[in-house]
Design a protein around this ligand. Structure first.
Ligand code: GLV
Length: 310
């Protein structure tokens, strides 16, 4: 029984995963891509991204264990074998992303970018505070991470709603759902936080047409995948003031090329896809438990619905 780990900068290196899994599954051989050895030995593929052909000859594969919260990277391979695919729901990642999301909203809400520009000029000047009261946050995507960020923003005074594909009870967070609810959800969201999975349906979802529904004072915060946003439409919307600012942890393409206009827009903040990296120290619990379950014929945790893509 062997694990094959495919490294990716977003999910931690092979040494960390090897060490953490060795503590939990001491006797299980751990191979690191591209040193696959005999592919028939591989029972578990552990990784963030795959490519067509990666699974060739893995006739004994029992499961694909994605090392991220999003599994779009696994489906980059067109030939993912017909085995269960699980994703990571990691408390450490949720915590990190909640901190990042709160900072991004507060950055614009309290005009920290404007004050930083003033500071560069030695300009002691009080700017107008937020006037479009109440400040409304829209969580686009309400899984564990989206709900957690939404609750925390509600705790510090924001009016929070969440959009989901079908109606959901989100407790204190108002729910908008489906295509019918999309425009009205956007229309009330000053701070639109994207946490959707990347699927065929969500690719390019946030384009000029979507932006046209946003209120006058609108900011985009993308912590999901760059391809959910039409980048050219975003640049145009930021240029025209249709969107006042964007905080992006993800871009299309990634890494963002050095000469891309987004880098130089004063109303844009960019971090390199690290709002919430997977931490092998904590995520290995779930991976080890899923290996145990798969071997015992029990259903794994956080299994992805293949047809849905998340
Ligand atoms: C990171 O982007 C993840 O999906 O975990």
């Amino acid at each position: 029984m062997t694990i094959l780990f495919k490294p990716d900068p977003v999910v931690g290196g092979a040494d960390a995963w090897r060490a953490q899994l060795a503590k939990r599954l001491p006797d299980v051989p751990f191979r690191v891509w591209p040193d696959v050895g005999d592919p028939a030995d591989i029972h578990f593929f552990l990784g963030f991204k795959a490519a067509t052909g990666n699974f060739a000859g893995m006739t004994n594969l029992k499961a694909v264990l994605a090392t991220g919260a999003g599994v779009d990277g696994i489906f980059l391979a067109e030939d993912v074998p017909d085995v269960a695919i699980a994703r990571i729901i990691d408390p450490w990642m949720t915590e990190q992303m909640a901190q990042w999301g709160l900072y991004a909203v507060l950055h614009f809400y309290r005009r920290f970018g404007d004050y930083q520009a003033q500071q560069a000029e030695g300009d002691w000047n009080e700017l107008d505070p937020w006037r479009a009261a109440p400040a409304r946050v829209g969580m686009l995507g309400c899984g564990e991470i989206g709900q957690e960020i939404g609750r925390r923003l509600a705790d510090i005074g924001f009016e929070v709603a969440g959009w989901t594909r079908s109606a959901r009870d989100l407790g204190d967070i108002e729910n908008f759902h489906g295509e019918d609810g999309f425009a009205s959800f956007l229309a009330r969201s000053n701070f639109l936080i994207c946490l959707l999975p990347l699927t065929e349906d969500t690719t390019g979802l946030l384009d000029a047409a979507a932006f046209s529904h946003l209120p006058e004072e609108a900011y985009l915060i993308n912590m999901a995948r760059g391809r959910i946003v039409d980048t050219d439409d975003l640049v145009a919307a930021l240029d025209s003031g249709r969107i006042k600012g964007a905080f992006l942890d993800v871009t299309e393409p990634e890494p963002l090329p050095q000469d891309h206009p987004l880098w130089r827009m004063p109303n844009v903040r960019i971090t390199p896809h690290n709002s919430g990296n997977t931490n092998a120290d904590t995520a290995a619990d779930q991976v080890a438990e899923n290996i145990r379950r798969a071997l015992a014929g029990e259903p794994m945790l956080n299994v992805v619905e293949r047809g849905r893509g998340y």
